[in-house]
Design a protein around this ligand. Sequence first.
Ligand SMILES: NC(=O)c1ccc[n+]([C@@H]2O[C@H](COP(=O)([O-])OP(=O)(O)OC[C@H]3O[C@@H](n4cnc5c(N)ncnc54)[C@H](O)[C@@H]3O)[C@@H](O)[C@H]2O)c1
Length: 310
Amino acid sequence: MAKVVATVGVGTVGSSWATFYSSKGFKVKMYDAAENVLKLAPNSVQRNLEFMIERGLMPREEADAALQNIESCFELSEAVCDATFIQESAFESYEVKEKLFEGIEEACPRDTIIASSSSGLLMTNIQKNLKTPERCVICHPFNPPHLLPLVEIVPGEKTSTDTLRRAKEFFEGLGKVPVILKKEMVGHIANRLSAALWREAIHLVVEGVASVEDVDKAVWAGPGLRWAFMGPHLTYHLGGGKGGLKYFLEHLGPAFESYFEDLGSWTRIPEHAKPKLVEGVIEEVQGKSIDDLVKWRDAKLAEVLKAVLG
Ligand SMILES: NC(=O)c1ccc[n+]([C@@H]2O[C@H](COP(=O)([O-])OP(=O)(O)OC[C@H]3O[C@@H](n4cnc5c(N)ncnc54)[C@H](O)[C@@H]3O)[C@@H](O)[C@H]2O)c1
C-alpha cells in the first residue's frame, strides 16, 4: 500500500505540494481549515498535472494514477493519523502554526516528521510548546513546489540532527534539491538573497538609473541565465579564468567593494518608489493579463527545468 503524506493547508503552496507528492506515488491526504479551499484543491492538483503532461514533464498514465492518490479530509486527525510525512502550508502566522502543530502532534504517529513550508518564521517559536519538538522542522519550498526542486531545511533550537538527516534523505529520494541550514535565520537563504537583489533593483529605479523593464532585462538576459544552474560563488570562480575565485577576489574584489559601498541600504521600501514600480511593471507587460503571464512563465520554467535537470 502507498505511503501517506499529509498536506495540511492546501492553498497556493499546499495544493502544489499535493501535486508533487501524488506524482511521486504517495497517497496524499489533504486538509484545510476552509472547506471551500479543500473542495477546490483536487481541481488545482488536476490543473497542475495537466500542465505537467502538456509540457512533457510527466506521462499521462502517471498523472492519472497521481490523481487517484489524493484524498480530501474534513478533519485534521483523519489527514495525519497514518502519515509518514506531514507538510504544513497554512497561513504564515505564529498563532496559526503553533496551534496547528499542537493538533498535528496529538493525532499523528510518534515518529512522523512534521514539516512547515514557512517562508520566514522560525521553527524555535513554532515548536516551543510541543511535546515532541525534535521532529519538527522547516522544509521551505520555492513556489511552485511541484516544479521547482529547492527545499530549504531549517532546524529550530529543539530540532534533532536525526530529523534533519531524515528530511534530507526523504527529499533527495524524491529528486528534490535539499539544503540544510546550520542555524535558523529569518528568510532562510534564498529569500534573503532575493531580497538583497530586489532592494538594489528598486534602488536603481528610484535613483533614475534605469526603467523597471531595463532593470528586469539586466537580470534575466545576463546573470539570470547563469543562475539557472550555478550560484554566485561558482559563477565568480569561473569569472576568475584559470586563477579561479582566488584570482577573482584579488583582481575584482576591490571593484565589488566599491559597489558594496554605493548600494542602496534602506530597510523600508520608500513610499515614493511604490507607484513608480507599479507603473514600470505595467509598461513592461504591455497589456498582457496576469493569467497569460503565468502561463508564459510556467511554460518557460518547464523548458528551463528540462534543460537544467534533464
Ligand atoms: N506563496 C508562496 O510563494 C510561498 C512559497 C514558499 C512557502 N510559502 C509558505 O507556505 C505557507 C502557505 O502559503 P500560501 O501562499 O500557500 O498561502 P495561502 O493563503 O494560499 O494558503 C494558506 C491556506 O492555509 C489554510 N489555513 C489557515 N489556517 C489553517 C489551519 N489552522 N489549518 C489548516 N489550514 C489552515 C487557509 O484556509 C489557506 O487555504 C506559508 O507558510 C508561506 O510562508 C509560500
